[in-house]
Ligand binder design. Structure first.
Ligand code: ZN
Length: 235
C-alpha cells in the first residue's frame, strides 16, 4: 500500500509591481532544508538563487520567477514563508544602545510590510525633449542581479539596455527589441548629460519593499524600531 501524501493548500496573490496573479503553495520540509543549508555564509547571489528556486517550485502558475521585478520576488518570498512557517517571525539583532551588549527581539508580520512605488513615474515614460521620449520598464530581478557587481554608471547603462523598450519621436515608435545592443548604446551615448540623468532617475526610484519591526532589548529593556530592506535581510 502506498503511504498517504497529503495535498497542500493553494493560495493566490496579485503581485504589487507587475500586477501578475500568482498561485502558490507553502514550502515543505524538502524545500525548507535547501533554504537552511544555504543560509550560512551564503553570498547575495547564492541567496537570490535559493529564493528563486524555492519560489519556482512552490509556484503553481505558468510564470518564471526570475523574470519578475525584485520587489515582487521579495514580496512573494515573504508571503510564501508566512504561509509555510507561520504569521510572525522572530528576528534577533544587537541592541541599538551604545553601551549595551544585549540583543533585541523583533517580531515581523505581513502587516508591517510596505511597498514603496514612486507613482509619478509609474508608467515609465520619460520625456527627453519636445520630440523625444523613451519607455522604460522595471527590470526583472535577474537583470538586476546581472548588473550588481558593476560600478554605478555602467550599471545604469546596462539596465537601460535591457529595460528600455521603446523610443518615441514625432513620427515613429521604435520597438527596441528589433534593434541591436550596439544601436541602442549609440542612442544612449548621443544623449545630453541631463537627459541621461533624467533616465537614470527611473532606476534610482525603483519600487522597494520595507519591513518595519518593533522590538525590545532583553538586557536593558530599550524599545527600538528597525526597518529592513533588500532580500538578503529577509532571508
Ligand atoms: Zn540593550
Amino acid at each position: 500500500m502506498q503511504l498517504p501524501i497529503q495535498s497542500t493548500p493553494e493560495y493566490s496573490v496579485e503581485l504589487p509591481v507587475s500586477k501578475k496573479t500568482v498561485k502558490y503553495r507553502p514550502f515543505l520540509v524538502k524545500e525548507q532544508r535547501n533554504m537552511i543549508m544555504i543560509k550560512q555564509d551564503a553570498s547575495v547571489m547564492e541567496m537570490y538563487y535559493a529564493i528563486v528556486s524555492m519560489l519556482q517550485s512552490v509556484c503553481l502558475s505558468e510564470l518564471k520567477i526570475d523574470e519578475l521585478p525584485m520587489t515582487d520576488v521579495e514580496y512573494l518570498f515573504m508571503l510564501v514563508r508566512t504561509k509555510s512557517v507561520g504569521e510572525t517571525q522572530d528576528v534577533t539583532m544587537p541592541c541599538i544602545v551604545e553601551d549595551c551588549d544585549g540583543t533585541a527581539k523583533f517580531k515581523t508580520d505581513l502587516s508591517n510590510l510596505e511597498i514603496i512605488q514612486p507613482d509619478n513615474r509609474a508608467d515609465g515614460l520619460v520625456k527627453l525633449n519636445e520630440e523625444l521620449s523613451v519607455q522604460l520598464v522595471v527590470p526583472s530581478s535577474k537583470q538586476m542581479m546581472s548588473v550588481m557587481d558593476k560600478d554605478e554608471s555602467e550599471m545604469i547603462k546596462d539596465l537601460m539596455l535591457v529595460s528600455m523598450t521603446k523610443i518615441y519621436d514625432n513620427e515613429n515608435i521604435y520597438d527596441l527589441s528589433e534593434y541591436r545592443d550596439s544601436e541602442i548604446v549609440d542612442f544612449l551615448e548621443s544623449l545630453t548629460i541631463e537627459q541621461f540623468a533624467n533616465i537614470s532617475k527611473f532606476y534610482e526610484d525603483l519600487p522597494v519593499m520595507k519591513i518595519h519591526m518593533k522590538g525590545i532589548c532583553e538586557k536593558c529593556g530599550t524599545k527600538q524600531d528597525r526597518t529592513l530592506q533588500g532580500f538578503a535581510n529577509f532571508f
